[in-house]
Design a protein around this ligand. Sequence first.
Ligand code: HEM
Ligand code: HEM
Length: 186
Amino acid sequence: MSTPRYDPISRSLHWLTALAATAAFLLGPEGFGRLMHEGTDPATRWDIVWHESLGLLVLGLTLLRLLWVALRPGKPHFDMPLWMRLLSRAVHGLLWLLLLALPLTALLALGSEGHPLTLLGGVRLNQFPGIAGSALGELTDWGELHGSLGDALIALAGAHALAALYHHFGRRDGVLAAMLPWRLRR
Ligand code: HEM
Ligand code: HEM
């Protein structure tokens, strides 16, 4: 018997987001402030250009996913204790929040520090009207907050992946199989 699965759009968007977010994390530009201080043009740094492009791809995929979550006919349901259902909802909610907060804090960091956004294909945005010198821009060190949220996303996604493996190998329910790109036989 095959298990109920998420629809192909939900599955594709989930795995594309997971890949893009992990790659963006691995390319997180360490020492960005120092490089900018030394006068390096971020467009000449492939890690920064890829990091920012992948990060914005995550934002685009997340907005599309949220739209699809609102429109999709439904998702598979599995029996589990109430505490587990509530915990999984809380973790998914936090993951959604972090996926949205990461690009927003990054744009606030660039805008408040006066650095350009530099993307693949030579796309460049030098100024972020309304952020530099604004109360919001001055509220905190957005770059530092952004880096900490990036670490939090990957830690939470790791715990989320371990939970998925526990569902599969410990509880032997169909939760992981429902999201895998390929079909598993039970
Ligand atoms: C899933 C999306 C993202 C993740 C997981 C992520 C993760 C990170 C991490 C972990 C760092 C700190 C790196 C270090 O200090 O070693 C960082 C820094 C940075 N990220 Fe992202 N990021 C994401 C999206 C973005 C986007 C969309 C942009 C640009 C629009 C961006 C621009 C930057 C910049 C400019 C820094 C340096 C900040 C500073 O030190 O002032 N990131 N990111
Ligand atoms: C950066 C990496 C990841 C992020 C940001 C992420 C995020 C999410 C989010 C927001 C959902 C809810 C999706 C929806 O309702 O359509 C979800 C579901 C799910 N994810 Fe991930 N995920 C990541 C990596 C992984 C990995 C590595 C695995 C497996 C090893 C995994 C397995 C699952 C499963 C099985 C579900 C369905 C859970 C359920 O129905 O209760 N995810 N993920």
